[in-house]
Design a protein around this ligand. Structure first.
Ligand code: ADP
Ligand code: X15
Length: 393
């Protein structure tokens, strides 16, 4: 990485503003997925060991510039406190006299947490006054919020204009794992792209076609590609206005000698319902009025053979409506294959990461990204503003 990291700066006695992505799911006051918190711990522990004075900052949800008590970071501060065995002092607000005083009073190895930075409208507007306010609290800025690195906000990008800005260990790891997988991969490199819509992933497909040996397309978006081949897709989710684009992408694959694999059979249902009657049919024989909600058994086997012979697999997006048990087989099957494989397995954030967690296979993957939108933008080949803003090495 061509950016400075934590290891390049002297931290002892320094006040360090650390932007994390603590945007975690919370139900009935309890954090239901701690992946992002666990991902932030190496940086926090390193800062503690090096006697820094730590100011943690994050957003939670989308309060749209207003104070929403249910989106307070207090619950996250409590959990971090438990995990590191040390008090995390909760600030009463994002910036202001009280917060400045708390920051000034921090001793070496002490930690405080600002309130949800999105309680202020200036955060998402990347307001320079707010960015300066954040910078005035500290000597050094550490960005470790990979999940928010695709946002140019006051606490992710703006602040970096005013104080020395370095990457934390999570951002460093994410960029290394995702970057090597697509730019310097052990081949064959296979990308599996699924999820609901082609329109969300056009950029990813266009970028990955340049890099992969095989591109597997499954999930709802495969329907549009199958429609582009002239198949009748019944009531399946098809983006009619993207059929021409799907044709072009298939052409691009042929021209670049990249194999684009589509499901040869599908699990179809009469209704969008877990208890609906189902059947497995060849992809060109979806019955009138039925809808494809998962890949079929033959497709799973064909995809599996390619995955097993790959040295690197990058996966983004489920193969079916995995939230319903009866349409989750294709997605969990991919997770199982990746868990068994000796190759490198990189899972983009979002639903594929959730599926791997649900299957209890997270430990078996080489890397699961903590960013959904951020990993997608990275896979599209875009520059992430939260990384771009950091000091060059
Ligand atoms: N065949 C399908 N028909 C309708 N929806 C589907 C189908 N396959 C997958 N999906 C849905 O796609 C959604 C995930 O899509 P997306 O947000 O693009 O993925 P990700 O979050 O991994 O990027 C899931 O909610 C899933 O139910
Ligand atoms: O959870 C996040 O995005 P993700 O669901 O795409 O991984 C990040 O915290 C960014 O949040 P945002 O999409 O409200 O800017």
């Amino acid at each position: 990485m061509n950016k400075l990291t934590l290891k390049d700066v002297n931290l002892e006695g320094k006040k360090v503003f650390v932007r994390m992505d603590f945007n975690v799911p919370i139900k009935d006051g309890k954090i239901t997925d701690e992946t992002r918190i666990k991902g932030a711990l190496p940086t926090i522990k390193y800062l503690l060991e090096h006697k820094a004075r730590i100011i943690l900052a994050s957003h939670l949800g989308r309060p749209k510039g207003e104070v929403k008590p249910e989106l307070s970071l207090q619950v996250v501060a409590n959990r971090i406190s438990e995990l590191i065995g040390k008090e995390v002092q909760m600030a009463p607000e994002v910036v202001g006299d009280k917060v400045s005083e708390m920051a000034r009073s921090l001793q070496n190895g002490e930690i405080m947490m600002l309130e949800n930075v999105r309680f202020l409208p200036g955060e998402e507007k990347n307001d320079d006054k707010l960015a300066k306010g954040f910078a005035s609290l500290a000597d050094i800025f550490v960005n470790d919020a990979f999940g928010t690195a695709h946002r140019a906000h006051a606490s992710t990008a703006g602040i970096a204009k005013h104080i020395q800005a370095v990457a934390g260990f999570l951002i460093e790891k994410e960029l290394k794992m995702l970057g090597e997988a697509v730019n310097n991969p052990k081949r064959p490199l296979v990308a599996i792209i699924g999820g609901a819509k082609v329109s969300d992933k056009i950029g990813v497909i266009e970028n990955l076609i340049e890099k992969v040996d095989t591109l597997i397309i499954g999930g709802g978006m495969a329907n549009t590609f199958l429609a582009a081949k002239g198949f009748e897709m019944g009531e399946s989710l098809v983006e009619k206005d993207k059929i021409e684009l799907a044709k072009t992408l298939i052409e691009q694959g042929i021209n670049k000698n990249v194999e684009i694999m589509l499901p040869s059979d599908l699990l179809v249902a009469e209704k969008f319902d877990n208890d609906s009657p189902t059947q497995v049919v060849p992809s060109n024989q979806v019955p009138k009025g039925w809808m494809a909600l998962d890949i079929g058994t033959k497709a799973a086997k064909e995809f599996g053979e390619v995955i097993q012979s790959a040295k690197t697999v990058v996966w983004n997006g489920p193969m079916g409506v995995f939230e319903m048990n009866n349409f989750a087989k294709g997605t969990f099957g991919i997770a199982e294959l990746l868990a068994q494989s000796n190759g490198i397995s990189i899972v983009g954030g979002g639903d594929s990461a959730a599926a791997v967690e649900k299957a209890g296979l997270a430990e078996k993957m080489t890397h699961i990204s903590t960013g959904g939108g951020a990993s997608l933008e990275f896979l599209e080949g875009k520059t992430l503003p939260g990384v771009e803003a950091l000091s060059d090495n």
